[in-house]
Design a protein around this ligand. Sequence first.
Ligand code: NAG
Ligand code: NAG
Ligand code: NAG
Ligand code: NAG
Ligand code: NAG
Ligand code: NAG
Ligand code: NAG
Length: 234
Amino acid sequence: MLLTAFIPLVLAALPSLAQDIVYDSAHNATTIVGTWSTGSKAVSTGAGFANPVNQSFIYPNTTGVSYSFTDDGFYEISRYRFNGNGSEPTCITGVMTWVHGTYQLIANGSIVMTPFGDGFQQVQDPCAAVSNFIQLYNETELYQSWRIFLDPVDGPKLHLFQFDGSPVAPQFQISATPNMLPTQSLINNTASDSGSLQSRSQTKRSGGERAWTPTGVGALLVSLVTVGAASLIL
Ligand SMILES: *[C@@H]1O[C@H](CO)[C@@H](O)[C@H](O)[C@H]1NC(C)=O
Ligand SMILES: *[C@@H]1O[C@H](CO)[C@@H](O)[C@H](O)[C@H]1NC(C)=O
Ligand SMILES: *[C@@H]1O[C@H](CO)[C@@H](O)[C@H](O)[C@H]1NC(C)=O
Ligand SMILES: *[C@@H]1O[C@H](CO)[C@@H](O)[C@H](O)[C@H]1NC(C)=O
Ligand SMILES: *[C@@H]1O[C@H](CO)[C@@H](O)[C@H](O)[C@H]1NC(C)=O
Ligand SMILES: *[C@@H]1O[C@H](CO)[C@@H](O)[C@H](O)[C@H]1NC(C)=O
Ligand SMILES: *[C@@H]1O[C@H](CO)[C@@H](O)[C@H](O)[C@H]1NC(C)=O
């Protein structure tokens, strides 16, 4: 695949990159502004994926990830992933994540995405004591590098490389204008009501009713269940 040939090139180029990255047609055939989505494009940022006010999700038909960027520094991510488990093949963890905030294109070619604090994720782990719950997701994410190529058939194609250099699946531009929820915190995130944010159990309406199909067993940039978070649910 083209992608695997591309990674060593990027890694090899990094040490010699003493000067700032140049954003030109060789680096990014178009700007990063817009909405991007992987594969079947079933996952998109914006109103069709998550409702932060009541921390609920609308489950897409297939897994995928979607990123949006505005021209004035805001981002949003929707992710729907499955995680395999080598030692327990039936223990497939599903994670839905929604988060938004502000991003910075750093001169060294990296991107830093800083969340507003109203992000959340639903974790479904059929083998865990609590198999289905929602928790706060507020991780600052570093992407080491990014490129946008022009695919002759599919048009602009965004490649993001995570903090450890592993690639996010290539994303196609599904809209040149970003399709996003309002670019501000959508909940009242005060100390007094933070209890509602931390974690709550989810018994009926959720992935438990859905068939589990491990389509995308890829790298997952989420912090999974911690003992602390799990104990809050009980
Ligand atoms: C590459 O991205 C930068 C930053 O978004 C943008 O200013 C520039 O116009 C882009 N280059 C092209 C060729 O679109
Ligand atoms: C959350 O709010 C949306 C929009 O008002 C509604 O459609 C959905 O049923 C709500 N979900 C839950 C779990 O309350
Ligand atoms: C999933 O697929 C069904 C049947 O094609 C369709 O009716 C439904 O709207 C899809 N759901 C989503 C969230 O796209
Ligand atoms: C795999 O499943 C086992 C048994 O539930 C669990 O102890 C282990 O942490 C899981 N590994 C991963 C990587 O999720
Ligand atoms: C979320 O992370 C941001 C950036 O680190 C921080 O400023 C904010 O206080 C955090 N919010 C919550 C609710 O943890
Ligand atoms: C770019 O700078 C950031 C912040 O200093 C750093 O975390 C990141 O690793 C750097 N990226 C590269 C490719 O060196
Ligand atoms: C936050 O609280 C203020 C004052 O209580 C209220 O006017 C506002 O609508 C709330 N915003 C959200 C997103 O709930």
